[in-house]
Design a protein around this ligand. Structure first.
Ligand SMILES: Nc1ncnc2c1ncn2[C@@H]1O[C@H](COP(=O)(O)OP(=O)(O)OP(=O)(O)O)[C@@H](O)[C@H]1O
Length: 247
């Protein structure tokens, strides 16, 4: 057990208010700077797990630690600063009149002002290649551009852990590749929730499979993807013709 783990999830259980159990005894440790894919079929509990990391949802059993600090009532603000979640639908994250205002919103909320705030906005927009679009309305951007801006809104908060929920969904092949290049250029701890197994292979070293609220596999991403029987058991499939690169 590393004292410097970016994320430590201990025996985590969660049931929604209607009684549906979404997580059962999940243990997971993610090292600083590690890139890990969270794989699993629809309804497995992947999004529910990510929402526990910054306290949007609170566990019904077990706990989460971020950078060694337990996520609980008194540390929620800190957890939200440290863990940035990019939601699947960029429109959940964009609501201001301009791109720059959207990107400034998070860091301003965490206390950044003046030159510091301006630098955060321009750095985050430059990181996602959207610097030229700062004064445009997010609603006038393409889906791929909105996804980049949504990522910038989170990067501007300079999180220690970046969580992306289905970042490649609905992107054209060029936008998908460009987003991968952006993500590969970051040095934060990365947790990627995806059904896009080649994307997981490209971006991550390690993967876990979650099914029916349980963590059922954890290992090098290429080893997991090469195990057709394991994938089949958890309703995961590589795209036709995709060859798992030899690790
Ligand atoms: N607000 C909610 N109230 C009750 N049950 C919910 C709620 N949100 C999700 N669930 C249930 O919790 C379980 C886990 O859902 P979750 O969204 O975490 O799965 P997922 O692995 O992210 O799925 P997907 O790949 O489809 O996005 C599912 O059974 C789902 O129906």
């Amino acid at each position: 057990m590393s004292p410097t783990a970016a994320v430590r999830v201990r025996d985590l259980g969660f049931a929604y208010p209607d009684g549906r159990v979404a997580l059962r005894g999940v243990d997971l440790e993610v090292g600083v700077g590690e890139r890990i894919a969270l794989l699993g079929p629809n309804g497995a509990g992947k999004t529910t797990l990510t929402l526990q990391l910054n306290g949007v949802l609170s566990p019904t059993a077990g706990h989460v630690e971020i950078g060694g600090t337990r996520v609980e009532r008194g540390t929620l603000r800190e957890a939200r600063r440290r863990v940035g979640i990019v939601f699947q639908d960029p429109d959940d994250q964009l609501f201001m009149p301009t791109v720059a205002q959207d990107v400034a919103f998070g860091p301003a909320n965490f206390g950044a002002t003046g030159d510091e705030l301006r630098a955060r906005v321009s750095d985050a927009l430059a990181a996602v290649g959207m610097g030229e679009h700062a004064e445009r309305s997010p609603s006038h951007l393409s889906g791929g551009q909105r996804r980049r801006v949504a990522l910038a809104t989170v990067l501007a908060c300079r999180p220690d852990v970046l969580v992306l929920d289905e970042p490649s969904a609905n992107l054209d092949p060029v936008a998908r590749r460009e987003l991968a290049e952006v993500l590969l250029g970051l040095d934060t701890t990365l947790m990627l929730v995806t059904h896009d197994l080649p994307y997981a292979a490209q971006l991550c070293d390690r993967a876990v499979i979650i099914d029916d609220g349980r963590l059922v596999a954890d290992g090098p991403v290429l080893e997991l993807l090469a195990d057709a029987e394991l994938l089949g058991r958890h309703r995961l499939e590589l795209p036709w013709g995709f060859e798992v690169p030899r690790g």
